[in-house]
Design a protein around this ligand. Structure first.
Ligand code: SDX
Length: 429
């Protein structure tokens, strides 16, 4: 007998189906609510609303659990490469030897951009924010592949590989443009992350010194950013994809949503916050007080999360990776000490305890990026490079959904009631 729940409205009782997930999450299915009751629901920020049923990522916010296709993110970060995790998210299983090689060969085949794309880079000012370049160039890139606007199973694999592979080339080229440096082309013998670092930091006359510890730390960071179920940017990709927009347009929209300072842009805000604290010498108690002050727009960037009401498991891994990488590189970054002390002060404050505000993925990630030499305005781009496989997987899930309905929420109208147009001379009277 399917589980149901009862709803009493205007003296009538309605029975609504209850949907249970594979991890026993429960949801009231309201897909027939308006048709049967005339009511809709209202949920500010969709905090209590499931937009879909998905098989890609599972989060338990109370327990601080994150799994991609059932695998704990801790295990994936420790044992897999970023391209293996990208394959897992997109195709649902970790690749066997043959698939691993095929996927790698595809990513290598598609690591270059069409040479005409260089003209677009020339058109951007050196001061252009790389997130603007990234979203523009993902869409521009699709102009060279008209055959990938409508995808079938075979062409989807090709398009997925192109986006996953080229997003790092576009990002590195954007950085080189901002630095007035010549573009460095990828090498087929380098791993995904090593190639990115090569394109970012090598010179025509001197290859970048690829430290294995740096490559591993960055690969781990990309894995930890690879998906996070229905976050703002992924929901954007699904929303755009639900209109049957192509994969490139949907991912470009995801880049734009991720740029927001409350979302992926927070990693850049955290570093600026830590730098301000260091330069101004503001006490950490004062910083926390300002974050609590509703009249002050300042908030503690890198803290809090819509879903995690416990430690973000990614923050714990990144914090440990910070210590390890800075030790290997013999870097003593005062901002890491400030971050750790700020975490202690905040986590002992009743305001944060009561609201279950913990460090999130963005709180420590910038310390690693800074240690590697990646500039502040590229931090959110790094988040995007990591998140692309998740966006591609979610776009695919929307496109293969048998119902295939366009996402179109309702609203409660609070505007003017019907009125007639007044002649111009009587307006404003
Ligand atoms: C990411 O969704 C995802 O999964 C996102 C992400 C992913 O992988 O895709 O995990 C990546 O975006 C992480 C979040 C990065 N953003 C930040 O670090 C920005 C700072 N954090 C906050 O803006 C906030 O915590 C959000 C945006 C992350 C979550 O906002 P919610 O769920 O809407 O929470 P809220 O604003 O309703 O906060 C509840 C209370 C409020 O106070 P009261 O009204 O109850 O008095 O907590 C307060 C908030 O003012 N609060 C904070 C705070 N975060 C929440 N107060 C001070 N500093 C903060 N950081």
């Amino acid at each position: 007998m399917p589980e149901t729940c009862k709803l009493n409205l205007d003296g009538k009782e309605y029975e609504l189906p209850v949907v249970t997930g594979t991890e026993n999450e429960k949801a009231i299915d309201i897909s027939k609510l308006r048709a049967t009751t005339g009511y809709i629901t209202l949920d500010d920020g969709f905090a209590n609303t499931g937009s879909c049923q998905s098989s890609i990522t599972y989060i338990d916010g109370e327990k601080g659990i994150l799994r991609y296709r059932g695998y704990p993110v801790e295990q994936l970060a420790e044992n897999c490469t970023f391209t293996e995790v990208a394959y897992l998210l997109i195709f649902g299983e970790l690749p066997d030897e043959a698939n691993r090689k095929n996927w790698w060969d595809l990513l290598t085949e598609h690591e270059l951009l069409h040479e005409d794309m260089r003209h677009h880079f020339e058109g951007f000012p050196a001061t252009a924010h790389p997130m603007a370049i990234l979203s523009a160039m993902i869409n521009a890139n699709s102009c060279f592949y008209p055959h990938l606007m409508d995808l079938d199973d075979e062409t989807f694999v090709d398009a997925a590989a192109r986006i996953v592979s080229k997003v790092r080339t576009i990002s590195a080229f954007a950085y080189r443009k901002s630095m007035g440096l010549p573009r460095i082309y990828p090498r087929p013998d380098y791993s995904y992350t090593a190639n990115f670092l090569h394109m970012m930091f090598s010179l025509p006359n001197k290859d970048y010194d690829l430290r294995p510890e740096v490559v591993k730390a960055l690969s781990e960071l990309l894995i930890l950013h690879a998906d996070h179920e229905q976050n703002c940017s992924t929901s954007t990709v699904r929303m755009v994809g639900s209109a049957q927009a192509n994969l490139f347009a949907s991912v470009a929209a995801g880049v734009c949503a991720l740029w927001g300072s409350l979302h992926g842009g927070a990693n850049q805000q955290v570093l600026e916050m830590l730098q301000n604290i260091r330069e101004c010498g503001e006490s950490l108690d004062k910083v926390v007080e300002r974050a609590k002050d509703k009249s002050d727009p300042f908030r503690l960037y890198g803290f809090g999360h819509r879903v995690y009401k416990n430690f973000d498991p990614r923050a714990k891994i990144i914090k440990k990776a910070c210590d390890e990488l800075l030790e290997v590189l013999h870097i003593d970054d005062p901002l890491l000490d400030i971050a750790k002390r700020l975490e202690e002060v905040a986590l002992s404050d009743e305001y944060f305890i009561e609201r279950k505000l913990y460090p999130n993925v963005d709180f420590y990630s910038g310390i690693i990026l800074r240690a590697i030499g990646i500039p502040l305005n590229m931090f959110t781009v790094m988040f995007a490079i990591g998140r692309v496989p998740g966006w591609v997987a979610h776009w695919r899930e929307v496109h293969t959904d048998p119902s295939g309905r366009i996402y179109r929420p309702r609203q409660v109208y609070q505007g003017e009631n019907e009125r007639s147009i007044a002649p111009l001379e009587k307006r404003g009277a």
